[in-house]
Design a protein around this ligand. Structure first.
Ligand code: NAD
Ligand code: WQD
Length: 346
């Protein structure tokens, strides 16, 4: 059985589908602070399989101990965490508490239970503000953080790298840890029944585009058109969430294989291609035949110019590569939003 923390969330729910479709049993723990139980009901409907669910907080030591003694957990995928960059600048302690303490409690209970195979949700944000000559980014690129959210991911990565190093000193069973650095996840399951449902005003580009297209927002604000990029707008490596979810299955399979994962290994999960904001708007409008009203506004503080991945390591070691295109991303994003104008709150 695979324990999926934060499995009711956007990436977690898509990963549950891929795990179930690859015949893994899945147990989710989620406190539903940024998600809905409805997402897991839809996962069950899509797959025709059931998902175990425990409503609770990963920081709850007693609950986590109980889970590891009641269930035969083989490996853990740890999605649970907070992810809004702006909020993390205003409420850093909330971010350090949730993101770091949840990982600490999780790893302590895993170690006590002798379950030492972990997949961790990291982010391309750990590359900070990369200089153009470092693109595409490999896992060796310099690490830094530009906000408390990013710093929480960096601190957790450092902590995770200490665990296998300690095994050697203690002659203990080895940890195997896949640190997956996601680039910019977008898109939804092709059924249009499962998707990203941010509360309040979306921070990220794609939900803002889809909410503008459905009429919930008047227009998209494009944050700056004077960057040193193809058209002056920011460039990112957008990855379809289903490809991303499949990357987790590959990482779990590798961890559970005889070969395993040696220590704590970081893997970039991205397509390798950069797309600008205006290129994304154009792709969305053309594929879905909808107009997106937009205006150019000032740069958003803290935004970086451009980044995209070199994902060769994931291809070589996890046998993973992206399959879905930019057109799939914009088509599936619109399919979800047009079928669920108010997200899960129908
Ligand atoms: P999400 O908010 O949709 O999912 C996170 C889930 O974790 C939610 O269901 C939430 O209720 C749950 N949760 C949060 N704290 C918890 C706690 N202490 N105990 C139990 N449950 C808790 O976010 P997502 O986009 O699916 O992101 C998943 C992970 O991937 C996060 O760790 C995030 O930092 C990371 N990540 C996301 C992105 C992105 O752009 N979406 C990019 C890079 C990395
Ligand atoms: C993408 C591009 C914006 C909204 C963030 C986190 C990162 C990771 C992914 C978790 C940028 C532009 C956006 C809008 C715009 N999350 N934009 N108008 O900032 O690359 O990354 O999410 O780990 O840590 O920082 O993603 O989707 O917010 O922005 O013009 O209304 O779209 O300036 O160029 P970002 P994003």
């Amino acid at each position: 059985m695979i324990l999926v923390t934060g499995g009711a969330g956007y990436i977690g729910s898509h990963t549950c589908i891929e795990l179930l479709q690859n015949d893994f049993n899945v147990l989710v723990i989620d406190n539903l602070m940024n998600s809905s139980f409805e997402a897991l009901k839809r996962v069950e409907k899509i797959t025709g399989k059931s998902v175990g669910f425990i409503e609770g907080d990963v920081r709850d030591n007693a609950l986590m101990k109980q889970i590891f003694s009641n269930y035969q957990i083989e490996a853990v995928i740890h999605f649970a965490g907070l992810k809004a960059v702006g909020e993390s600048c205003a409420l850093p302690l909330k971010y350090y508490d949730n993101n770091i303490n949840s990982t600490l409690v999780l790893c302590q209970t895993m170690e006590e239970a002798g379950v030492k195979k972990l997949v961790f949700s990291s982010s391309a944000t750990v590359y900070g503000d990369p200089s153009p000559e470092t693109l595409p980014l490999t896992e060796q690129a310099a690490l830094s953080a530009t906000n408390p959210y990013g710093r929480s991911k960096l601190i957790i990565e450092e902590m995770l790298r200490d665990l296998p190093a300690a095994d050697k000193l203690n002659n203990a069973n080895p940890w195997g840890i896949a640190i997956l650095r996601y680039f910019n996840p977008v898109g939804n399951h092709k059924s249009g029944t499962l998707g990203e449902d941010p509360s309040g005003i979306p921070n990220n580009l794609m939900p803002f585009i889809t909410q503008t297209a459905i009429g919930r927002r008047k227009e998209l604000s494009v944050f700056g058109d004077n960057y040193d990029t193809i058209d002056g707008t920011g460039v990112r490596d957008y990855i379809h969430v289903v490809d991303l979810a499949k990357g987790h299955v590959k990482a779990v399979e590798k961890l559970l294989s005889n070969e395993g994962i040696n220590g704590a290994q970081a893997y970039n999960l991205g397509t390798g291609s950069g797309v600008s904001v205006l290129q994304m708007v154009k792709a969305f409008s053309e594929e879905n035949k909808v107009t997106i009203a937009y205006k150019i506004v000032d740069r958003r503080p803290g935004d970086v110019t451009a980044y995209y991945a070199n994902a060769d390591k994931a291809q070589k070691e996890l046998n993973w590569t992206t399959e879905l295109t930019l057109n799939d991303m914009v088509k599936d994003s619109w399919n979800w939003q047009s079928k669920n104008p108010n997200g899960y709150q129908q």
